[in-house]
Design a protein around this ligand. Structure first.
Ligand code: ADP
Ligand code: MG
Length: 315
């Protein structure tokens, strides 16, 4: 790495609070060194955002910095983990300081909100892409997994679904409301909800590819099936003002980019969930028969247009 590159890293990514108690060596050496707090396991996840695939190359860099971290925090939320530290691999077409400044501001705004420390990364030249790797802490031998759902569990989702997908669809016609575009560009990861659910839920996933695909991952991992009632889906008022009910359901089922949590809870834990402050709604139940069945009003089976975003779809 040239001096110029490290000067940029120093200017935008090393901060006075870049050192936590667990961090023995931070940015500036060949690797960061951390002590794992006693009694904890480490949850590790990585997500890449590529220009032209996940975002437009001319997107607001502040939003990009925010969202690149938000999608990783959402994975920690889905495991019930407390976000701990991150590394950041940036591939940039040029060293545009204005872009870097705004990107770093969006990134650290969210990092500070969750007390996450940036401990290292990589900076290279090439087509714009942003890769964040995150480590979170879990109490030893505890985690929210996809594989824990049991027949009879109630299925819940946090927040509202389909807003981001609708914002994307409507942005082509410049109709999207502020609420919907905030949901697309600055999703609020459900980090505290995930940690609270550690002792309540049997299974969990974050909804990044649409409810249908992501709930199906829980069902497959757990060897069960499910029925959900579409009239129970939490749809925001802003979404209903912009689209018909069927379009809202399609967006919720297969739109993606929600970063809400979908989780399952046994009957005897429901009161504990209700006593928590978690904003969530029951949408269905886990059943023995494999597969996911979606029912509309009157009990008719509803088949979504698409089952969610897939990068390597053959058709
Ligand atoms: P190496 O060549 O040994 O892989 P680099 O020269 O790429 O290391 O990086 C120097 C230091 O700067 C390392 O500590 C690395 O973690 C850190 N770093 C590089 N890019 C970033 C970035 N985008 N954000 C945070 N830290 C970074
Ligand atoms: Mg090295």
């Amino acid at each position: 790495m040239s001096c110029k590159e490290f000067d940029l890293i120093k200017k935008y990514f090393i901060r006075s609070d870049s050192f936590s108690n667990d961090l023995k060596t931070g940015i500036g050496d060949d690797a960061a060194i951390l002590s794992i707090p006693v009694g904890h396991d480490v949850a590790i996840s990585v997500d890449t955002l590529v220009a032209g695939i996940h975002f437009y190359a001319d997107s607001c860099p502040n939003d990009l910095g925010y969202k690149a971290l938000a999608v990783n925090l959402s994975d920690m939320a889905a495991m019930g983990a407390k976000p701990w530290c991150v590394t950041l691999a940036l591939t940039l077409p040029e060293a545009n300081e204005n872009w870097l400044e705004h990107f770093a501001a969006g990134f650290f705004e969210l990092a500070d909100q969750y007390g996450v420390v940036l401990v290292g990364g990589d900076t290279t030249r090439g087509p714009l892409s942003i890769c964040v790797q995150i480590q979170g802490l879990l109490p030893e031998a505890q985690a929210l997994k996809r594989s824990g759902a049991s027949v009879g569990d109630a299925i819940y989702v946090t927040g509202t679904l389909g807003d981001a997908a609708l914002a994307l669809k409507l942005s082509a016609t410049a109709q999207s409301s502020d609420f919907l575009s905030v949901r697309l560009h600055r999703p609020q990861p459900r980090v505290s909800e995930g940690q609270q659910l550690l002792t309540i839920a049997n299974s969990a996933i974050d909804i990044s590819d649409g409810l249908f695909a992501d709930l199906s991952h829980i069902l497959e991992a757990s060897g069960v099936g499910a029925a959900i009632e579409l009239p129970l889906l939490p749809i925001s008022r802003a979404a209903r003002e912009q689209a018909g009910l069927i379009d809202c359901w399609q967006s919720a089922l297969s739109g993606g980019d929600d970063y809400e949590l979908c989780f399952t809870v046994a009957e005897d834990k429901k009161s504990e969930l209700q006593a928590s402050a978690i904003d969530c709604k029951q949408i269905g139940v886990i059943e023995t028969e494999p597969g996911l069945r979606c029912y509309s009003e009157g009990g008719g089976l509803f088949v979504p247009d698409s089952k969610g975003y897939e990068h390597f779809q053959s058709d």
